[in-house]
Design a protein around this ligand. Structure first.
Ligand code: MOS
Length: 745
């Protein structure tokens, strides 16, 4: 009998931690604490650039219940002056140092924190702090500093530079019969996970801290705290067992972590600092950006030239970089390409990675431009993309590990009914509504990161798998349980998953859609290592029926170590452990990218997004009534959680296309809509019918599990597809997101 079929991997599986979450039994960082906990409330700056000339804390200090007030004038006792405290995902430059000096770098920068016996006292006292400023000149609008744009002098780690130009892009553009060229604008967007950033520090003594931190990487936060405050790695434990969303905002340690640890060490007390929704708008954001794209094709639609230039906003103190234009050199086959990427500085906080950073932004320009080119050429937009299918990555001259994009196009179009589309803008109407159908392709990379995990099988049949990995709502707990349960052919209920703890085996931050492939692969490796150890122990038994078996020929089933090809031959795990004199077997597994393979191959996820919008003829209010998103992302471990990831990405794409926009008063340099009343996101009534298709994609090269990851791909393509649908409905091409009613009137 074949005993290696998978019961959980590849099947819709309910979240193993779901009950804890829906019953409120899962504690988040701001729900941790102990008797005597102190509460910190921060005060944000109200100018964009300048210096604090005076800060009056006397009324706050006199307020009942207040324990201390921290400003740049109080001594923080930090060790950060040695510059050795870059976090895993920092950009080149000088990371923001809270309360470091009187200098103001951006509106909303924390300038003080009140610590009190109760949250209410801290909040009231914070309102009594009076800050005077000497303002200096500021700029918050990248449109006014485009002529100051520059090539980032130092490249951000993990972010490849724009590729060198290939062919003769300008000459080919000039010579081509069909061409378009346009500017596309993006305003700043904010992550806004439901759970606020919060840190609860449990103080044990001057050297030992347990920290509950909302972060996408407990070990990243731990390393930051240890280097900034000069503590020892083994004395600081960071726990992020439950995280209520992050979307990239939690990749970097956030300043509430610094504030809470600083206060805790100074006061020798346990301290919690939780951000307000307003504070959340001053952490980081998807940068505002100008993109200029020129595309040219011949009469058959074959691309002749791709020229893509982007200027993105960054802060005064860090050169934040993401991959924006490179996608345009690998998305479609073209011999002539020129891709350039520059930054320009404004007086805001440093932008940060926000779900599908760079790709979501670059894609809006490229995929809108492809739609414009399709109209210029008189070719169906889907057909134009198929004509220009890229069989390999021309940027790097590498083969794709797999690319089931044709299947995405085919299945997505069939499900959507694309063949019934009348290409003429404004040609499809119903009642008082203009109907528009648009589509776009999406791209994200699939990268394996170094990851480790442990598996511990007990003689009673219980399994514990653990890794420092995070679950920011993506389904990591369940994914790890599925992979582990299948390796031992056991019920998922018999598996306990531990994650979100800096003392567990090393993993990267949860970002980049890396976790399922990386941590999932490490869990599998750990389980296989346990099986190998069990086999050695079984073979030490006299007359062992497994004495000639090799590690890859055995598995565990029904609590027995058996031959894969014949599960009648084997030994009970309990008997093996008894014979070996142990009550459990624990092993660590590690995986990482294969350098050799990476010389030849590169791995991406792909999507085809089809959108229907309906636009009121008179009021020009757009509604997204239907989206079909067809995804190729290798092996899908949990179709249920995976679908949920794509749904979330699609809704975020709707926000990007139609709602989300940081509104600055550029005269004062201040963000005006730092709340969820005025910063618009899609609400339930905005979201109608979304269908998700996972096309079959077999990939042995992307990762050991065949997984590519899908935290981000669901977003990419949605913004452009909506804009393209709106053009099809109305004949109006809006090249500035979000596409609000005023731009359609
Ligand atoms: Mo994602 S923006 O890498 O958390």
């Amino acid at each position: 009998m074949q005993t290696n079929e998978r019961l959980y991997v590849g099947r819709p599986t309910r979240r193993v931690e779901g009950k804890l979450k829906v019953t409120g039994a899962a504690p988040y960082s701001a729900e941790q604490g102990q008797e005597g906990l102190l509460f910190g409330v921060m005060v944000p700056a109200t100018i964009a650039a300048g210096d604090i000339s005076n800060i009056d804390t006397s009324a706050a200090l006199a307020f009942p219940g207040v324990v201390d007030v921290f400003t740049h004038e109080t001594k923080q006792n930090v060790a950060w002056w040695d510059r050795k405290w870059m976090d895993q995902t920092a950009s080149p430059g000088h990371p923001f140092r809270p309360l470091h000096s009187e200098r103001i770098l951006y509106d909303g920068q924390p300038v003080a924190m009140v610590v009190a016996e109760t949250f209410e006292a801290a909040r009231d006292a914070a309102s009594l702090i009076r800050v005077s400023y000497r303002e200096s000149e500021h700029v918050t609008d990248i449109r006014t500093v485009l002529d100051e744009s520059y090539d980032p002098p130092k490249k951000r780690s993990g972010i490849p530079a724009a590729p060198k130009p290939r062919g003769e892009p300008e000459a080919a553009y000039e010579a081509a019969p069909i061409k378009i060229s346009a500017d596309y604008w993006l305003e700043t967007e904010y992550h806004n996970p439901m759970e606020m950033f919060a840190t609860t520090v449990l103080w044990e003594d001057d050297e030992h801290l347990t920290i509950y931190d909302k972060t996408q990487g407990s070990q990243n936060s731990r390393d930051y705290v240890c280097s900034v405050f000069g503590l020892k790695t083994e004395n600081v434990r960071v726990d992020n067992a439950f995280v209520g969303g992050a979307f990239g905002a939690g990749l970097r340690p956030r300043h509430q972590l610094f504030m809470a640890v600083m206060a805790s060490l100074k006061l020798k007390r346990s301290v919690r600092v939780e951000m307000t929704r307003r504070d959340m708008f001053y952490l980081s954001h998807r940068p505002s950006m100008l993109q200029t794209i020129s595309l040219a094709c011949d009469a058959t639609g074959k691309l002749q030239s791709v020229i893509h230039h982007a200027v993105a906003g960054t802060s005064r103190y860090e050169d934040y970089q993401e991959v924006v234009v490179n996608w345009s050199g690998l998305a479609y086959a073209c011999e002539n390409a020129k891709l350039t990427y520059e930054l320009t500085q404004v007086d805001t906080a440093t932008p940060g990675d926000m779900r599908a950073p760079g790709s979501a932004s670059g894609n809006v320009a490229l995929e809108s431009a492809m739609d414009e080119l399709a109209y210029a050429a008189g070719i169906d937009p889907l057909e134009l993309r198929i004509i220009n299918f890229a069989p390999y990555d021309q940027n790097d001259d590498k083969e794709f590990t797999s690319k089931a994009l044709h299947a995405c196009y085919r299945q997505g179009a069939a499900q959507f009914g694309w063949e019934k589309r009348n290409a003429e803008p404004g040609s499809m109407q119903e009642g008082n509504e203009l109907i528009g159908w648009g589509m776009a392709t999406g791209f994200w990379d699939a990268q394996l990161q170094n990851a480790a995990a442990k598996a511990r099988l007990s003689s009673d049949g219980h399994l514990i798998v653990s890794a420092a990995a995070s679950d920011i709502g993506t389904g990591t707990y369940t994914m790890m349980a599925q992979v582990a349960a299948d390796e031992f052919h056991m019920a998922i209920e018999d598996v306990t998953v531990k994650l979100g703890d800096s003392t567990l085996p090393q993993t990267a931050v949860q970002g980049g859609s890396w976790t399922a492939a990386s941590t999932g692969g490490a869990v599998q490796a750990a389980c296989l290592a346990v099986i190998a150890t069990l086999l050695k122990q079984a073979q030490a038994i006299k007359n062992s029926p497994l004495k000639d078996a090799k590690a890859d020929e055995v598995t565990v089933r029904d609590g027995r170590l058996v031959l894969i090809i014949n599960d009648q031959t084997g030994v009970a795990v309990a008997d093996i452990m008894a014979a070996a004199g142990v009550s459990f077997v624990e092993e660590e597994g590690k995986i990482g990218p294969s350098k050799l393979q990476m010389l030849k191959y590169i791995s991406y996820t792909h999507s085809a997004v089809f959108v229907e919008v309906r636009v009121d003829k008179d009021l020009r209010i757009p509604r997204v009534t239907r989206i079909v998103s067809a995804i190729a992302a290798g092996k899908i471990i949990n179709p249920k959680a995976a679908r949920s990831q794509i749904l979330g990405g699609v809704v975020m794409g709707m926000g990007m296309a139609l709602h989300e926009e940081g509104m600055f008063d550029h005269r004062s340099g201040r963000l005006m809509n730092h709340n969820l009343a005025e910063y618009h996101v899609p609400a339930h009534a905005d979201v109608e019918n979304i269908e998700v298709i996972f096309v079959e994609e077999h990939d042995d090269l992307a990762s050991p599990l065949g997984v590519k990851g899908l935290g981000e791909i669901g977003l990419v393509g949605v913004g452009a597809a909506i804009g393209n649908a709106i053009y099809h409905a109305t004949g109006t091409r809006v090249r500035e997101l979000p596409i609000t009613v005023d731009k359609l009137l």
